[in-house]
Design a binder for this molecule. Structure first.
Ligand code: FAD
Length: 408
């Protein structure tokens, strides 16, 4: 495929692009790819190196609607060939196993594909196939005049140490939870709604094949534990821990002993253990920035909202935003149609709040048992039982877990 010709030539100083995308995560790279497919010139700025982002492990559970959205935009070739598909999940409680067959209820499944593989595919397509411009390792990125008609982004070039200024028609703020675009808004322009779950999760990656053919959630008086396949060789595990806990408190032996205890159940195959290649504590919280659009700045993905990995929704939301933003920018820049951009914030936030609420619901079921409060523990068990006693509750859970109700 040859690179489409740009709508605007980049010349003079400052440089000018139709769109500057800040951040080369799943959101930014998807927006960039959609723009390039339509022949829109854009620049992606990323603080890390290409090698780093292609190896950064995070998510792995991708909802079917998101894969179909990538597929329609020519971005899922490797994913569809290489991903595993999951059709059920398993809850473990009080030594018993409860298998939940969500594909049977919905006809939909999950794709399991490590986030770093997706990022690798998206960078290659954007930079090497679609001829998109991307600058890695940039420093001290600053956004100027986001609400003016002429925003610009500046950064320090890693090679020369000089500050470069890039003018843009639009800026896509896709720089994740710790980026600069959200922080560049004038005070009082955005409302940040935040929820702290009051627990930490020790996020682990083990060089070990999955111990089950599906995701496993363990609800145990010592705390929640989770098992999620990432690839045939690597498995992600989670262990609930105090917020702010030091990963150094969790030796190899302690981790595996806790996982065996919390995920133990009658008839369950033994855990396949291996070297721990990631050990970090995540303080479980979520936030939502409203609105997600300010003049010519559009926030997408974790820059606008964080969903604790409780329900594995963050990557999916980032892709949803990116589809709407990419399509909206293309319509505006190539046809002068602004309705997609006008609706962008409200359309994203509907799904964002839906997933936030589901995460909160699920969090109570996962953490109630270990809360030390018999009332919360009893309610958590009632929540779990209902999924297996009530076809209506089961159908609702399957829809939410797969994100099929709010499609788009
Ligand atoms: P990011 O992936 O954070 O990308 C932002 C990019 O911007 C990064 O490359 C960063 O280096 C760059 N950047 C930062 N600051 C700047 C700057 N100033 N200038 C330029 N670039 C900048 N989600 C799921 O859906 N399913 C899961 O199973 C799941 N599991 C997870 C497990 C863990 C341990 C974690 C941490 C997260 C998990 N998530 C999951 C969440 C998911 O990884 C994120 O929601 C997703 O990465 C968001 O994508 P993004 O593009 O918005 O942001």
């Amino acid at each position: 495929m040859t690179a489409p010709s740009p709508l605007h030539l980049n010349s003079g100083s400052p440089q000018r692009f139709s769109v500057v995308v800040v951040g080369a995560g799943p959101a930014g790279l998807t927006v960039g790819n959609i723009l390039r497919a339509a022949g829109v010139d854009c620049l992606v700025l990323e603080t890390e190196t290409r090698e780093f982002i292609e190896q950064r492990p995070r998510a792995g559970v991708i909802e079917e609607w998101a894969v179909r959205g990538l597929e329609r935009r020519g971005l899922a070739r490797n994913l569809v060939q290489r991903a595993q598909t999951h059709t059920e999940c398993e809850f473990r409680f009080a030594g018993e196993r409860y298998r939940f067959e969500y594909t049977e209820l919905t006809g939909r499944h999950h794709f399991i594909y490590p986030q770093q593989f997706l990022v690798t595919d998206l960078v290659r397509e954007y930079a090497d196939v679609r001829g998109g411009e991307i600058r890695f390792g940039v420093r001290d990125v600053r956004l100027n005049g986001p609400e003016s008609g002429r925003p610009s982004v500046s950064y320090v070039c890693p090679e020369s140490g000089e500050r470069r200024v890039v003018a843009a028609d639009f800026v896509a703020g896709c720089d994740g939870a710790r980026g600069v675009t959200r922080a560049s808004l004038p005070p009082g322009r955005a409302r940040l709604a935040r929820h702290d779950y009051g627990v930490g999760w020790l996020a682990l990656l083990a060089e070990a094949p999955p111990s089950s053919d599906c995701v496993v959630f363990g609800m145990h008086p010592c705390g929640f534990a989770g098992h999620m396949a990432r690839s045939p060789e690597v498995t992600r595990f989670y262990l609930q821990c105090p917020p702010g806990d030091d990963p150094e408190n969790w030796s190899h032996d302690r981790v595996w002993a806790e996982l065996r205890e919390r995920l133990g159940a009658a008839g369950a195959p033994p855990l396949k253990e291996g070297r721990l290649i990631e050990r970090r504590v995540l303080d479980m919280h979520g936030y939502v920035v409203e609105p997600m659009a300010f003049g010519r700045l559009f926030l997408a993905g974790d820059a606008a909202h964080l969903t604790a990995p409780i329900a594995a929704k963050g990557l999916n939301l980032a892709l949803h935003d990116a589809f709407l933003l990419g399509d909206g920018l293309v319509a505006s820049l190539t046809k002068g149609e602004d309705s997609g951009l006008s609706r962008y914030s409200a359309a994203c936030l509907a799904r964002v709040w839906d997933y936030q609420e589901f995460s909160q619901w699920l969090a109570e079921m996962y953490h109630g048992t270990a809360s030390g409060d018999p009332y919360r523990a009893g309610a958590a068990l009632a929540r779990l039982r209902r999924l297996f006693d009530s076809p209506v509750a089961a159908a609702w859970f399957a829809e939410q877990y797969l994100g099929v109700r709010t499609t788009g």
